[in-house]
Ligand binder design. Structure first.
Ligand code: ZN
Ligand code: ZN
Ligand code: ZN
Length: 278
């Protein structure tokens, strides 16, 4: 399983054009890995996790196409994860030279409500809608996808994280979320993950219910380890950083390394080797 990090920033990206905090000032001066587009991950070349506002610039800058997509997973209806216009731009009038099959879009009720309210056309965009709720599993040609309840966007209540399996490789995609509820941990028992992509939105902040800070990130890993869901062979990547919750890339990477994880940056590619589940 190949993971390409198209964007690794939270809602406003880094630097936010409306912010002059030290992190944003530093990112403007030094650029490079300090610049974070809104979060999205491409799995292999055919499964996109979240379709946010920076899709165009991510693909253009990284030389990535989405011609082979078989599906899109949407975690929740926040602007950095679901930008309906980017689905609409898949419609035939915007790619006259290119024939594409319909793709599956796996998303919760509030995403579909936003798509419908904005006049989104399934037929126009060439999508097959696959509504999902926490606890449900859907299958795409190359993937099995199980939704788990995220501790995020609680006012609405349908934010999801995903367990994505392809062949022998299993991934836990844990963003956006705060600490999981107890019943979610019960559901995770018996799983083993070759890779975990987990948010570190507010790494340097003291607390936050719907995102993970440094202590919570460590706690999530300890709990995953405790139930045997990860071990030393698992690849852990931290992503979804807010300018209001991290400093420079280097400082963020130092914290993340201490926690036993890889600090994702825009353009990072990870190859995950799956092992038969124990
Ligand atoms: Zn987000
Ligand atoms: Zn800022
Ligand atoms: Zn969110």
């Amino acid at each position: 399983m190949k993971l390409t990090f198209l964007g690794t920033g939270a809602a406003e990206g880094v630097p936010s054009p409306f912010c002059d905090c030290p992190t944003c000032i530093f990112a403007r001066i030094y650029g490079g890995k300090n610049i974070r587009r809104r979060q999205s991950v491409l799995i292999n070349d055919n499964l996109l996790v979240d379709i946010g506002p920076d899709l165009f610039v991510s693909c253009a800058q990284l030389g990535v196409t989405l011609l082979s997509l078989e599906g899109v997973l949407v975690t929740h209806n926040h602007l950095d994860h679901f930008a309906p216009a980017n689905l609409t731009l898949r419609a035939k009038p915007f790619r006259l030279a290119t024939e594409l099959p319909d793709i599956a879009v796996v998303a919760g009720p509030s995403v579909w409500a936003a798509w419908d309210a904005g006049g989104g056309s399934d037929h126009g965009a060439g999508i097959r809608r696959m509504p999902i709720l926490p606890g449900r599993t859907v299958r795409l040609p190359s993937y099995s996808i199980e939704a788990i309840e995220a501790s995020h966007n609680m006012r609405v209540g349908d934010a999801m994280n995903y367990i994505v399996k392809a062949g022998d490789a299993a991934l836990l995609y844990a963003s956006d979320t705060g600490l999981y509820a107890e019943h979610v941990w019960e559901k995770l028992k018996g799983h083993y993950f070759d890779a975990v992509v987990m948010e570190g939105t507010i790494l340097t902040r003291s607390s936050g219910r719907e995102h993970l800070n440094r202590d919570d990130f460590g706690l999530m890993l300890a709990k995953l380890r405790g139930i045997g869901a990860i071990d030393d062979s698992s690849v852990i990547a931290a992503t979804h950083f807010s300018h209001q919750g991290v400093n420079s890339f280097e400082e963020t990477e130092a914290i993340v390394k201490e926690l036993g994880a890889i600090c994702a940056y825009d353009g990072l590619v990870l190859e995950i080797l799956g092992a038969p589940n124990p």
